[in-house]
Design a protein around this ligand. Structure first.
Ligand SMILES: Nc1ncnc2c1ncn2[C@@H]1O[C@H](COP(=O)(O)OP(=O)(O)OP(=O)(O)O)[C@@H](O)[C@H]1O
Ligand SMILES: [Mg+2]
Length: 490
């Protein structure tokens, strides 16, 4: 819409610049050359008149001193030179009176020239006048040469020429300059038009792309076809568009993740809430008459409440960890002791599931850096999973081995295992391998909490699994180097 205006303004500026340059160049150069040419022609003409005037004066000297040539011959000489030089030639005697003239029988013959004109030349020095001549009524160039004989001045020869040949040449030159100026103006206009188009097109394209970008389209790129500043601008613009596109994409992804998270949370909250509502409504309506039934309803409601409690705690933990508000208190700790204690705690659950739970024989372990409560939380999550996803009669084993600057803790089960394509995803929030079997009670937050917690300890998590045979989940904790008690090192 305003692109045409950009081009027009650019065109105007360029044209103005060109015109100023053209006008200044023409007036200075043209004026100077006109002046020089005019001066040169004038000088040439003056010189010629002077040289020829001396020649005539030499001839006329004989006549004025009363010898050869005679009056007729002198007249012929004057006429001849007058023709050749395109000049009026007058012979003046010592008193300043014109006695012969070319052309012949001119009315000036017999008249006295003003003393102003004759005084200098009759005292023996050649003279020149140029400018308006009242005798001719127009500008004339006049050269006067004294006629001498034996150092005596007998008279003078006057040669008058008009300026018209010089003027014609100068006029021609001026016309030439005028035409070339016109040509320069035409070329300037064409060039300004071409350049303004060339310059404006990429700028217009950039501006259009910027408008597109403002509307949220970051895919558009400007065609870069020049290596100048405009091309550079286009390149920079494209780079910016790419970076902004990436940022916008990341924001979009974050936004959709947040939306998905809210949906997941709502979903996880609704299931237990719906169940509890059903039970509580039945109780309030007095539909359950026998005390045993009533107790069962209440017990299930309590269970759902606990489940909700756990879910909310997990969510809180996760959000605190992600916003960096949950810090771990790292201290040197004895891992073996913690493993035994935690497994002991979970024994009743294992018994309930009819799964064998044990700590494998441990090699000597160095102390590790950890927050005991959080390490226990990690372990409980992993063992809980192992017990939950292992059918009755299976076996779960907790082990630990030193590994470089760390200790690796692993939880191995003989459960259903995880398909290879799922192994990466199970660490995501709310991810459950099989939604239908999720009724086993999980919400899909456990492993994301584990991953975050291990990360806070400076360790890594990993899982390997053979579907149908079992899985091994493991994580590393750093050795407490400076704090090491020394037992079992190396
Ligand atoms: N030892 C395992 N064997 C087989 N599948 C497992 C094992 N551990 C985790 N999984 C799969 O990974 C999913 C994610 O586990 P995670 O601990 O994050 O969630 P959950 O156990 O379903 O719920 P929560 O732990 O939050 O109560 C589980 O739903 C399960 O499908
Ligand atoms: Mg779990």
């Amino acid at each position: 819409m305003h692109s045409g205006r950009v081009r027009l303004r650019l065109f105007g500026k360029l044209l103005l610049t060109y015109l100023v340059v053209v006008v200044i160049t023409v007036t200075t150069l043209g004026g100077a050359s006109l002046y020089l040419v005019r001066g040169y022609f004038l000088q040439q003409r003056e010189h010629l008149l002077l040289v020829q005037g001396r020649q005539i004066a030499r001839g006329a000297a004989g006549y004025l001193s009363g010898g050869f040539p005679d009056r007729r011959t002198t007249q012929v000489i004057l006429t001849f030179f007058g023709r050749v030089l395109e000049a009026r030639v007058w012979l003046v005697d010592g008193s300043g009176q014109v006695i012969l003239a070319s052309p012949e029988r001119h009315p000036v013959v017999g008249t006295m020239l003003p003393a102003k004109q004759t005084k200098g030349v009759l005292s023996g020095t050649a003279a020149r006048f140029s400018g308006y001549d009242p005798l001719f009524g127009r500008p004339m160039l006049t050269v006067a040469v004294p006629v001498r004989s034996d150092r005596r001045v007998l008279g003078a020869v006057f040669l008058h020429t008009s300026f018209s040949p010089i003027n014609t040449t100068v006029d021609r030159l001026r016309n030439l300059l005028l035409y070339s100026t016109l040509l320069a103006v035409v070329i300037s206009t064409a060039m300004a038009l071409y350049l303004s188009r060339r310059l404006a097109r990429p700028l217009q394209e950039i501006s259009a792309a910027a408008l597109d970008m403002a509307k949220g389209n970051f895919d558009r790129r400007v065609q870069v076809d020049s290596a100048d500043e405009v091309g550079q601008l286009a390149e920079t613009f494209n780079y910016m568009a790419g970076e902004l596109g990436k940022i916008a994409e990341a924001q979009r992804r974050l936004e959709s993740m947040r939306r998905e998270f809210v949906a997941n949370v709502s979903h996880e909250l609704r299931t237990p809430l719906t169940a509890m509502r059903g039970f509580l409504e039945a109780l309030v309506d007095g539909m359950v008459k026998d005390p045993a039934g009533r107790r069962r309803y209440l017990a299930v409601s309590l269970e759902e409440t606990l489940r909700l409690n756990r879910l909310v705690n997990d969510l809180l933990d996760l959000s605190r960890m992600e916003s960096g508000q949950l810090a771990v208190d790292l201290e040197p700790m004895d891992l073996g002791e913690l493993l035994h204690r935690t497994v002991e705690k979970l024994e009743p659950l294992a018994a309930q599931r009819e799964v064998l739970l044990a700590v494998a024989p441990l090699p000597p372990l160095p102390q590790v850096l950890g927050d005991p409560d959080r390490v226990e939380q990690i372990l409980i999550n992993l063992v809980d999973n192992a017990l939950r996803y292992t059918p009755a009669g299976g076996r779960v084993e907790v082990a630990a081995v030193p590994e470089g600057a760390s200790v690796r803790v692993s939880v191995r089960d003989t459960g259903m295992g995880i398909a290879p394509e799922e192994l990466e995803l199970i660490w995501d929030r709310f991810h459950k391998v099989d939604r239908s079997r999720a009724r086993s009670g999980g919400t899909g937050l456990g492993l994301s909490i584990v991953k975050q917690l291990v990360g806070l300890h400076g360790g890594t998590v990993s899982a390997v699994s053979n579907p149908g045979e079992g899985s091994t989940f493991s994580f590393t904790l750093r050795r407490a180097e400076g704090f090491d008690s020394g037992d079992g090192r190396g």
